[in-house]
Design a protein around this ligand. Structure first.
Ligand code: RIB
Ligand code: CA
Length: 310
């Protein structure tokens, strides 16, 4: 693969179990190069998600900038997903505290990477607070940038009956970006929840015997257990890994051009997406279908390669 075919991406993330799997997948795909990571409060508080990003980066042998991002949403009350991802953001999965890299601020990392014009794609795996803050402070920096975001839902939520978590956690952030210079590619809950691994999909030691491979397996199995109460079986929806794949494999998803808006008030509709008539505003690329079996195959193969090479 020539360097021209490799797409440099920036990951903005709230690790989070599926975030950790998504970071691993981004590292495993030869057509992507992770340029930097920034963290945002979401699944857990900013200290926890940043600690998890640092620990995982060290375990994976990553030497890249890590920027610590927003601790609070732009306007509404902060929420988290501790009931699902645990207070530590990783349901007690052990990740060694190796020599972690010092963290910068998300703003400085994002500005440096986007201004350098090397990175034209940000894969956003949590609430959009960091990117919305940048859009407000330096609007032109998002010109020509594609944001591939796991978030939102038009057919029922997972944090309320009508809102998906990343949208619910900071509705103003999405609203800001809908009016920004960035192009949005939305991978919503109704699509990502169709891409789920079950026990039968995951064999023994699926990612090899290395510490990284065994840690990735522990993260996946913790995710499967987290979903068991609602799914009625051990099951892992690959929400964030879908967004990573959407940054490189357009063929794995079917999109429609939609004009969307989000409810930004502190009400029972907080974070609810609605679709407006065509022609009533800027459109986003909105995923409506995924090739689930192919995505699961790529995911399992990629993490197996990563774990076996460690
Ligand atoms: O609704 C799923 C999304 O919320 C995922 O990104 C998960 O990590 C949580 O952040
Ligand atoms: Ca996430």
């Amino acid at each position: 693969m020539t360097s021209a075919e490799v797409r440099p991406i920036h990951l903005d993330t709230d690790p989070g179990l599926d975030d950790l799997l998504a970071i691993a997948l981004a590292l495993a795909l030869p057509e992507l190069r992770v340029d930097a990571l920034t963290t945002v409060a979401g699944n857990a508080g900013i200290d926890r998600v940043t600690e998890n990003a640092q620990r995982f980066a060290a375990l994976a042998g990553l030497a890249l900038p890590i920027g610590r991002g927003a601790a609070e949403p732009l306007a509404l009350s902060r929420c988290d997903a501790a009931h699902f991802h645990g207070e530590d953001g990783r349901r007690g999965v052990s990740i060694p505290a190796l020599d972690r890299r010092p963290v910068e601020t998300a703003a400085s990392v994002l500005r440096a990477r986007l201004a350098a014009h090397g990175v034209r794609c940000v894969v956003a795996l949590g609430p959009l607070t960091n990117l919305a803050t940048l859009a407000r402070e330096q609007p032109t920096l998002l010109e020509g940038i594609e944001i591939v975001w796991m978030g939102g839902a038009l057919q029922g939520g997972n944090v309320t009956p009508v809102a998906e978590f990343n949208a619910y956690a900071d509705p103003q952030a999405l609203s800001t970006l809908l009016d920004s210079a960035a192009a949005l590619r939305v991978i919503p809950l109704e699509v990502t929840e169709t891409v789920a691994l079950r026990e039968a999909d995951v064999g023994e030691q699926p990612f090899g015997a290395s510490e990284l491979g065994r840690t990735l397996e522990a993260v996946l199995r913790a995710l499967m257990e987290a979903e068991r109460p609602t799914a009625g079986e051990a099951r892992a929806s690959l929400h964030d890994p879908c967004a990573v794949l959407a940054a490189t494999r357009r063929d794995l998803f079917r999109y429609e051009e939609k004009v969307i808006r989000i409810q930004v008030d502190e009400s029972s509709d907080r974070g609810r997406l609605s679709e407006l008539p065509a022609g009533s505003g800027r459109t986003v690329h909105y995923a409506v279908e995924a090739r689930a079996d192919e995505i699961k195959r790529i995911f399992l193969d990629g993490l197996r390669r990563l774990g076996e090479a460690a």
